[in-house]
Design a protein around this ligand. Structure first.
Ligand code: GAR
Length: 186
């Protein structure tokens, strides 16, 4: 059986789309996207999932209201859960079930600029190099073991908007690469 993956997100879903396109182009080392889940009803990520004919479901989520999401994951039985812009804290029950099988994408070179708005934090700090990280999820916010990172230079003529674009482009490449790597190793 293939390496089953599920993507969780809250927003526009450009990283989910990069994974969907990579799967279609056979660039995920056999990984199969079996579902897309969002805590937000109108999230773009669900539209991307549906456009690729994946089961794409809105499930309300809260740190103390994890059961509906956990139930859905049991149905999909993934080998890997990918947080791609899932703007929620992962609670204890979730971690107890999925730790070791759940990864997160973050738009900075961790451990710098954890939490919300990693790109804006780096921009305001005036760093010359930032980037993105994929890491295992544990109980510490953005604190789990790093799997891989991609650096992005902040050039003289960059604006916050151009930096955001560069980081998102780097994220799309990094996330696909990590998922392919984990699938190949499974
Ligand atoms: C990405 O930049 C991701 O790194 C970030 O949300 C964005 C989702 O974009 N995640 C976090 O900040 C998590 N703390 P997308 O919906 O277009 O994939």
């Amino acid at each position: 059986m293939g390496f089953r993956i599920v993507i969780l997100g809250s927003g526009r879903g450009s990283n989910a789309r990069a994974l969907l396109e990579a799967e279609r182009a056979d660039r995920l080392q056999g990984a199969e996207i079996v579902g897309v889940l969002s805590d937000k009803k109108d999230a773009g990520i669900l539209e991307h999932g549906r456009a690729f004919e994946k089961e794409s479901i809105h499930v309300p989520y809260g740190k103390k209201k994890e059961q509906p999401c956990l139930d859905q994951l049991e149905q999909w039985a993934p080998d890997l859960v990918i947080l791609a812009g899932f703007m929620r804290i992962i609670g204890d029950q979730f971690l107890a079930r999925w730790e070791g099988k759940i990864i997160n994408l973050h738009p900075s070179l961790l451990p710098s600029f954890k939490g919300l708005d990693g790109i804006g934090q780096a921009w305001r700090a005036g760093v010359k190099v930032t980037g993105c990280t994929v890491h295992w999820v544990n109980a510490e916010l953005d604190g789990g073991e790093i799997i891989d990172q991609q650096a992005v230079r902040v050039e003289e003529n960059d604006t916050l908007e151009s930096l955001e674009e560069k980081i998102h482009a780097a994220e799309h490449v990094l996330l696909v690469s990590v998922v392919a790597q984990l699938s190949a190793a499974s």
